[in-house]
Structures are given as C-alpha cells and as structure tokens.
Design a protein around this ligand. Structure first.
Ligand code: NAD
Length: 463
C-alpha cells in the first residue's frame, strides 16, 4: 500500500495563517536526492566556466525580475518587514552576480619546481577542482540570501549542492531551486530537502557528501562537527556583537546605525549589535537619542510598507527573549525603552545598568534587545567587547586612527567596522567568525575557495 509523505504546514508568524505545506522527507528521500546530486557531479565539474557563469548571471536576473514576489514570500514565511525583504532580494541578486564573476576566475598557479634541488627539470602547477557534493543547512532569518551564499558559490565551483532550509522557512529556497532550473542548471545540481533535524542529520552523515556548510546556532554546530569526520566544514554561527562609541564619535550617525543594527528584523540577525559601550561623556546623549529614535519605529504587519518591526519567528522565541530581559531586570538592569511584548511582537528594547554575567550580555539574544554600558577607558572597552565566547564582527566609532588600529589589533573577530556598527555587511566581503562564531568564510570568492581543493600536477618532460 502506498504511503503518503507527511506534510509540514508553513505558518505566517504574524497572523498564524497557513501559507503552504511542504513534505517532511524520510531518510530514503534524502539519500535519493544525494544520489541525483552524485549522478550530475561529473557533468557539473566538466561544465566550462563561462557556462556556469552564464547560469549564475541568468539566475541573478530572474531573482531580480521576481523581486516583489520573492520579498512577499519571504515576509510571509519569516515575518521580515517587506521593505527589508526587498533589500534581501537585491542582495541575493548581487551574491549570484559575484559568484558568476568568481566562476570565471577559478585558477591555479605554477610552482617554481627548480627552487628545490630535487625539482630541477620538472614542470609543476596546481589547479583548483570542485570538492564534490556540498551539503548545506541554513537558518530561518535570511531564507534567500544565506541560501544564495551557499548555492551560488557551489555552482561557481562546479559542485552539486543539496540544501536543507530551516523548517519554518523552506519556501524561498524551493522557489530559488525553480529559478535555477529555469536559468539552465542541470537537474540534481541543486536540490532542496525539507524537514527538521533528522533530515539535516541524514544529509550530513551520508558518505557521498564531501563538504558541509552550515549557518545556524552554535549548539547545532557542535552536533554537526561530531558527524563531520574528515570532511570540509564551514560554520557560520551566531554572536553577541559589540560596538564601541568613543568620546569624539559622530553620535548622531552612531545612533541611527545602532537602531538599524540592533532592531532590524527584530535583532534576529547573526551580527545584530547587542552590546554597546559608550564613552561616559557621551553616554546620556547617546542613550536619549537612541531611545527617541527607537520610539519612532513602527511595529505591525510585516507586509505593510511602513512597518519597521514585525513578529519574532515564534512564540517560544518571544518568551525566551522576554525571560532574558526579566532576568536582567531582577539582577539590577533598567529598561530605557521597550521591555514588553504583544504576542510575538517584542518591542525594541534598550537596557542599561547591565553587567557582563547577564544572558543579555554574554549569550546571543537573537531578539530586539540592545544593552548599553558607559566606559571611561578605551582599552578597557576593547577588553570588555572582546570578553565574549563569540567573535563574529565588531564596530568602533572613533576619529582617532591610533585607537581604530588598536581595535583592529585587539579584537578577536572576523570583521571590524570602523565608524559603523558590527551589523554592516556587503556580500563580496569575507564573512565569518572566530571562536564560537564559526569556522571558514563566506562571500562568493571565499566560499569558492572552501568548495574547491588543489590538485598538483608534476610533469617530467622528456622521459
Ligand atoms: P538553528 O541552529 O536552530 O537551525 C539551523 C538549521 O540547522 C536549521 O535548518 C535546522 O533545522 C538545522 N538543524 C537542527 N538540528 C540539526 C541537526 N541535529 N543536524 C543537522 N541540522 C540540524 O538556527 P536558527 O534558529 O534557524 O537560526 C539562528 C542562528 O543562526 C543564530 O545563532 C544566528 O546567529 C545564526 N546565524 C548565523 C549567520 C552567520 O552568517 N554567521 C547568519 C544567520 C544566522
């Protein structure tokens, strides 16, 4: 008797409506999908670079043509305000364009063989070749552009890719798979497997997978590392990013950027600014201006063009964020603004009088909460910012070149923004973290490096 595949409902986090259903795949489905990726691996590896680039450029154009529909789909599946979702689609277009550029310039180099006595008379060079099948696992917060950051470089590199999106947000990835077929990508070169942790675990445990690229939270990353074995792994994880605002900083600029960087998509962003250290002489000014700017943010239906803040992804996330705020208050923190919720709508919250042991300081809030702290000594502020298990990005506002360069040297992070918040990113940058924030870098050029390996060729002429 034929069995039917169980379906998972995809729920709009704003109004609880069912947007669509997707299949909850079983192990045989996942292994079958990997088999189709294996079947096309040779064709993809042999495909000329200009053809891979052309597919990526066509996909970029199609994503751009579908901007509004994709933005609305994303907004419905993850509650991101549609104006921000449009920005994510524009970024995904660029991610594909950058990957197309990279596809054309994957190359090796010659090795001066006669630099070693034993190499005299030999010709040596290396080429970059695709690693093989890439297994990708992605989070809910950027369901299009973070998927693009795995799929586009994989195609550029000539690797088939099987992607498991977050259970809450598979629709953008499924739509992207259709777009890539339309752009001319061979069947099986990019597949989406829908489901939860089981599907992810079956995917990464398959020995045909040569590389795992994961974006998500550190606890899941630790589990993934246990089954990775001797395979390439890229981990793009979370953080509790810090910004430092020094006494000579342009406070008005910093305030505007802190509001955007702390509260965009309700702080559900890996490099969302969570801790801000402000020179004591500017603390009150910064706090009052940031509170005033925050109070102007419009909470509401993410599908409305005016909305700045929509719901967080689910009820459990809203409860946890509120519990962390309450815990900080019990331990002596004071709410400057926000500190409440209406269902899944968590109000953008600024808190002061915090200390480093509070969860809102030392763990990843992944919600619209920014903790502000005054400092007297710039180097002490650097040490406080760096006192974190994470190391994704940091921001430092100063007009002093000396202090800026001290920050660059001192902070153990994957990226430092001088005169901006840590939330800044454009898609060609090498992006990734140190410590619990991850391993490896994304950004098409760097992801292509991770998804290719070197093959050395030595020729002994005249033999
Ligand atoms: P999550 O870690 O809960 O889930 C991520 C993905 O892992 C999902 O697809 C999930 O189904 C899958 N998964 C869960 N258990 C698994 C298992 N045992 N084996 C294989 N896969 C499994 O993360 P989330 O809540 O979707 O996203 C939020 C996290 O992602 C935050 O920590 C955030 O900082 C991080 N993030 C990092 C970046 C970055 O580029 N550094 C970008 C966005 C989000």
């Amino acid at each position: 008797m034929a069995t039917t595949t169980p379906q998972t409902e995809i729920i709009n986090p704003y109004d609880g409506s069912v947007i669509d259903t997707v299949p909850e795949l079983n192990e045989a489905d996942v292994r079958g999908t990997i088999g189709r990726a294996a079947a096309v691996a040779g064709e993809l590896a042999a495909m000329p670079a200009h053809q891979r680039a052309a597919i990526l450029n066509r996909a970029a154009a199609l994503i751009g043509d579908n901007q509004e529909a994709l933005a609305r789909l994303m907004s419905q599946e993850n509650g991101k305000p549609v104006k921000h979702a449009r920005g994510e689609v524009s970024r995904a277009v660029e991610t594909f364009q950058f990957a197309a550029d990279e596809a054309r310039r994957i190359h090796g180099e010659t090795i001066p063989m006669d630099a070693a006595k034993g190499g005299v008379g030999k010709i040596g060079y290396y080429v970059r070749v695709p690693v093989g099948i890439v297994a990708a696992i992605t989070p809910f917060n950027f369901p299009l552009n973070l998927v693009a950051h795995k799929v586009a470089p994989a195609i550029a590199a000539g690797c088939p890719i099987v992607l498991k999106p977050a259970p809450a947000t598979p629709l953008s990835a499924l739509r992207l798979a259709e777009i890539l077929l339309e752009a001319g990508l061979p069947q099986g070169a990019f597949s989406v497997v829908t489901g939860g942790a089981d599907v992810g675990a079956w995917l990464i445990s398959d020995p045909r997978v040569a590389m795992i690229t994961f974006t998500g939270s550190p606890p899941i990353a630790h589990k993934i590392m246990q089954s990775a074995g001797v395979r390439r792994v890229t981990l793009e994880l979370g953080g509790n990013a810090a910004a430092i605002i020094d006494e000579d900083a342009n406070v008005d600029h910093a305030v505007g950027r802190a509001v955007a960087g702390g509260f965009a998509y309700s702080g559900q962003v890996c490099n969302s600014v969570q801790r801000i250290y402000i020179h004591r002489s500017r603390f009150a000014e910064f706090r009052d201006k940031m509170a005033a700017a925050t109070s102007k943010l419009v909470l509401g239906n993410p599908m409305d063009d005016q909305t700045d803040i929509g719901p967080v992804i689910n009820e459990a996330a809203a409860e946890r964020i509120m519990a962390w705020i309450q815990e900080a208050i019990r331990q002596g923190a004071k709410v400057v603004t926000g500190g409440k919720r209406d269902g899944q709508m968590v109000y953008p919250t600024i808190i002061e009088d915090v200390d480093e042991g509070m969860q809102v300081m030392c763990a990843e809030v992944f919600g619209p909460v920014v903790a502000i702290t005054p400092f007297d000594d710039f180097d002490a502020a650097l040490a406080a910012a760096d006192n974190s298990p994470f190391g994704l990005q940091a921001g430092v506002y100063t007009r002093s070149l000396d202090k800026a360069m001290r920050a660059v040297q001192r902070l153990n992070v994957g990226g430092i923004m001088i005169n901006d918040v840590p939330t800044f990113r454009v898609d060609q940058m090498p992006y990734g973290g140190n410590k619990e924030s991850g391993i490896g870098r994304e950004g098409p050029r760097f992801a292509v490096e991770e998804m290719t390996t070197l093959k050395m060729v030595v020729i002994n002429p005249g033999v």
